[in-house]
Design a protein around this ligand. Structure first.
Ligand code: OGA
Ligand code: NI
Length: 337
């Protein structure tokens, strides 16, 4: 297929064939789990044990939660969203300088998910950046819009802090030492996907992102403040995570599922599209260092079930993940004992 970016112009003739899902795989937009929401947790609450308890409940039941009073300044969030929008509004020739469909590139603008491997494409463009350590990667980031590097660096530092704090709370919620997860993950990598989902002529036939789990440890997502699109699988049904003006959406990735010996799940989620409005989202992915050994935490293997997963390095996991399609079985299944 022509790998042109959607943000450089949408075909006038409706949804191209290469984006159309077979009937059985379509999103069925009218069948949603109603009257239920992903929990919103107030990190500003003074009772820490209450926060830890809420995190436990959210991770056990949803694998997702939202956080408010999270400590990332509102201005940093607003500037990040603005610069992301301005980036996708740049002229085609400017954007195409960054285009690549090679997942190994550390800075790249691409479309869909894995254009060379997948059969059906997704209605999404995305800018993917490595973000840690900043001094190593910022020089290769876009220098247009002119404020991009400074704005995104500042956002990355702030979100990284939040990530450390969340992993401490998650460790405690599993009955582990506060530093347990951060210690296992080592000098953590941080990647960002700036997702842009243009209005789509046939939202019922395709996805922005089809159902997937995140291969990393923890994801902190900044959703578009106006336009909904994220859905999470709960008890076999899809649940919409509607925008909350002050929240980040947090989810457990495959690595924390493995570390928690399967107690916490890296839950299937997807992004749907709509016909009127473009939607943006900014995902910050925290990953173990390449050589971190991921192994179910000992105290969590001692209650009769043993270690559900074999030990592996993150490098091994990541290669397996990117060699596949997004919508296959859970990648962790391949690492079961
Ligand atoms: C992702 C993701 C959801 C969204 O980038 O991994 O799940 O709402 N994004 O864009
Ligand atoms: Ni995801």
């Amino acid at each position: 297929m022509d790998t042109k970016l959607l943000s450089c112009g949408i075909p006038a003739s409706g949804l191209p064939e290469s984006y159309v899902r077979p009937e059985s795989e379509r999103p069925r937009l009218s069948e949603l789990l109603e009257y239920e929401n992903v929990p919103v947790i107030d990190l500003g609450c003074e009772d820490k044990s209450h926060i830890v308890q809420q995190i436990y409940v959210a991770c056990m039941n949803y694998g997702f939660f939202q956080v408010i009073n999270h400590g990332v300044p509102k201005e940093a969030v607003e500037r990040m969203l603005r610069v992301a929008r301005d980036f996708f509004g740049l002229p085609e020739e400017e954007k195409m300088k960054l285009y690549s469909d090679d997942p190994r590139k550390t800075t790249r603008l691409s479309t869909s998910f894995n254009v060379k491997k997948e059969k059906v494409h997704n209605w999404r463009d995305y800018l993917r950046l490595h973000c840690h350590p900043l001094h190593k990667y910022v020089p290769e980031w876009p220098s247009n819009p002119p404020s991009f590097k400074e704005t995104v660096s500042d956002y990355c530092v702030q979100v990284r802090e939040l990530g450390f704090r969340l992993r401490e709370l998650i460790s405690e919620s599993l009955g582990l030492q506060k530093d347990y997860i951060n210690n296992v993950l080592g000098e953590q990598g941080q990647h960002m996907a700036v997702n842009y989902y243009p209005p789509c002529p046939e939202p019922g036939l395709t996805y922005g992102l089809p159902a997937h789990t995140d291969p990393n440890a923890l994801t902190i997502l900044l959703q578009d403040l106006q336009v909904a699109g994220l859905q999470v699988l709960k008890d076999g049904k899809w649940l919409a995570v509607n925008p909350h003006p002050e929240a980040f959406v947090v989810n457990i990735g495959d690595q924390l599922q493995a570390l928690s010996n399967g107690r916490y799940k890296s839950v299937w989620h997807r992004a749907i599209v709509n016909s009127d409005k473009a939607r943006m989202s900014i995902a910050s992915f925290f990953c173990p260092q390449d050589h971190a050994l991921i192994s179910p935490a000992k105290p969590l293997t001692e209650e009769g079930c043993g270690a559900v997963y074999r030990d592996f390095t993150y490098a091994e996991y990541y290669d397996t993940f990117w060699s596949r399609n997004l919508d296959q079985e859970h990648c962790l299944e391949l690492f079961k004992n």
